[in-house]
Ligand binder design. Sequence first.
Ligand code: AMP
Length: 218
Amino acid sequence: MAYYGTILMGAPGSGKGTQAKRLKKDFEIPHISTGDMLRAAIAAGTKLGDQVKSILDSGKLVSDELINKVVKRRFENSDVEKGFVLDGFPRTLPQAMAFAEMLTERGLESPKVFLLEVADELLVERLTGRMSCPNCGSVFHKSLNPPVAEDVCDQCGHKGLVARSDDSAETVKKRLEVFREQTQPLIEFYKEKSLLKTLDGSQEVNQLTEILKAELKA
Ligand code: AMP
């Protein structure tokens, strides 16, 4: 059976979520976004949600211990055996090490890791204009990728698109700082294991999807 274990790495706004949704569809593998899982917990008012809400709003990272537990539980599901596309995890060295252990315990192969590189100015522009559909999760941008009808989701017709509370200019700055300090060291970790491929995340969206698809099939 083909296996498509994939990690998408990149700063906030580099396009991980957009590409992950497309790979999920094409390869029929689960899209595992730790950010989405945490936001769902917050929306549902669970204990986990209460624990992490103020951390997400600050732009900082939740603890490795907590996020590793969330991911470990998710990987107990059998749907990951065909592969997965991870978006937003791992984000620190301890997470990457814990994840390697989880895969070994689970009898799964090492994933392919892609770093989506985008210049800081474009990241800020993408994040501060981002809007998503609260009903189906489709993502738009007020100037770079606006919906056909203002404030209406192209995909499901829901009226009322929303901005993420952590996409404010101030929090975006903090999130980019956190990426540089805590997530960049992972690049070396995966490079040393010869698992990492760097791709230009500023290129046209469909073009990048085609490159990722070809890489995963190779
Ligand atoms: P994202 O949607 O990936 O940008 O994540 C939104 C927020 O969720 C981050 O700014 C963190 O506060 C939290 N978060 C998501 N994934 C992780 C992770 N792997 N480790 C720690 N915090 C995370």
